[in-house]
Design a protein. Sequence first.
Length: 568
Amino acid sequence: MKNSNPFVPAFFTCMKEGYSFNLFRADVIAGLTVAIVALPLAMAMAVASGASPDKGLVTAVVAGFFISFLGGSRVQIGGPTGAFVVVIFNVIAQHGFNGLILSSIMAGIILVVAGYAKLGKLIKYIPYPVITGFTTGIAVIIASSQVKDFLGLTVDNVPADFLNKWYVYLTNIDKTTYAALLLGVLGLATIIICKKISPKIPSYLVSILLISVLAYVFSMPVETIGSRFPSLPTGLPSPVWPEFSLDQIRDLVPSAFTIAFLAGIEALLSAVVADGLIGHKHSLNQELVGQGVANIASGIFGGIPATGAIARTATNIKAGGRTPVAGIFHAIFLLVFLYTAMDILAFIPMAALAAVLFMVSWGMSDLKHFIQIAKISPSDRTILILTFLLTVMVDLTVAIGVGVTFASLLFMRHMARSVEVRRQHHRSEYEAQDGDDPADDDIEIPEDVIVLQINGPLFYGFASEFCDKLKSLEKMPRILILRMRFMPYLDASGENSIEDIIKICREHKTYVIFSAVRPQPRAILQKAGIHKNLDGAIAVDFEHALTMAKELLADKNFMEKHLDPCNK
């Protein structure tokens, strides 16, 4: 089902349809289930991003509430995700946490504007190899950032860039804390075993609880959340509008657009997956609006950027959640944890969070699809690997820009190669290929007439080759018929090539007839003013074009009266 009004949040649609006690009970249970899963993930994402764990919980509460309350999906669960880790880390490093808050609010405004401008459909034009490339790259970066905590390395400053980071790891491997390594390996094993036993087990939470208890009972010398963040606040902070200046805003614009872009892509991908599981169609533009408001609110409350989380959304659906109420209760339960459990959460070892993030990175990497795309075609493989390497080695923003641009250029090349200008020698040759009813008899094209059939869009990637095709003719005919029935699109470069064709034909005293010009190319020719000189030389179909050519050839005064269409 689809909302008749694209800007009505799914929450209000569900309430209007009727909300029963059975739905309420299922949503509350699903909300609690997702909150248990989201608790360790929210903290882990915040720590990996360079923020304190309470920032992740605040984000999951505030942004999670608004994504469910104002979003366009019935079952979307929002919060901090791995897609933002790299961007958040870089923004905090360059502009401080206040800069991150401002970036989040700016990204939220961009998403709201994009939603009301109905730009949601543009997301589908991002090539899949680009999405997979930067997602896998982010997974590698997240996993790399957790090696220090997983090994318990006693290194103060770890470089941000990938190669130098691993150089520091390898040269300081002798500083490994074996207690932390043991807990990290045990945490990984616990998650894997729980997932194999049953996907319903909250494996991340079980792992963190087990490792925390072991570390506390045996007084193991490992770093914990409490030792790294000794002054964790309890509860939801008061809303505060961040300080800003025009220079700050200008500096943060690229980061804000990157956050908005990632939030839009991941949220809509998650919503599409959810649609297939529950049989309801989400409102993609309202989803962008909800995501925008959520990021604005998260920033005002001192949280980090958020978006729809595919894994948590799927967990919500499997737990029985069917309306946005489940997502709202997920936020409420996390709020309860935020007020009551912060002292207990301080005992969680950093190695336990590292194990959780290793598993999150493995899930993000989607290695199966990465390998599958790499096998499809050389161009897809090039885009995939280029985006992946730029994400890991350079910058996420650069990777997305270069990946999309390169994919667009390769697409244009493929489109240009698919366009064909074919010389037609007799009518039956055309009839057999374009689907027309075959003629009773095979009518030959007159000797002084050449027919060029254009198959495909005439755009800048092929325009020059179109002129080359005419120039390659051994002898210019008295009449040239350009068959345009299978030319659906014409751009400015294509129009310019048509003008060049007309000039060449004028020089050789060749008369041009355009056959079956489709609406879009005709509109372009009209706007360019060419149609004023061609009305007499445009035939509604090939039959009329041939008839016109024969009549002209039969006219002895034809060449004197009609040197070319432009002199009419």
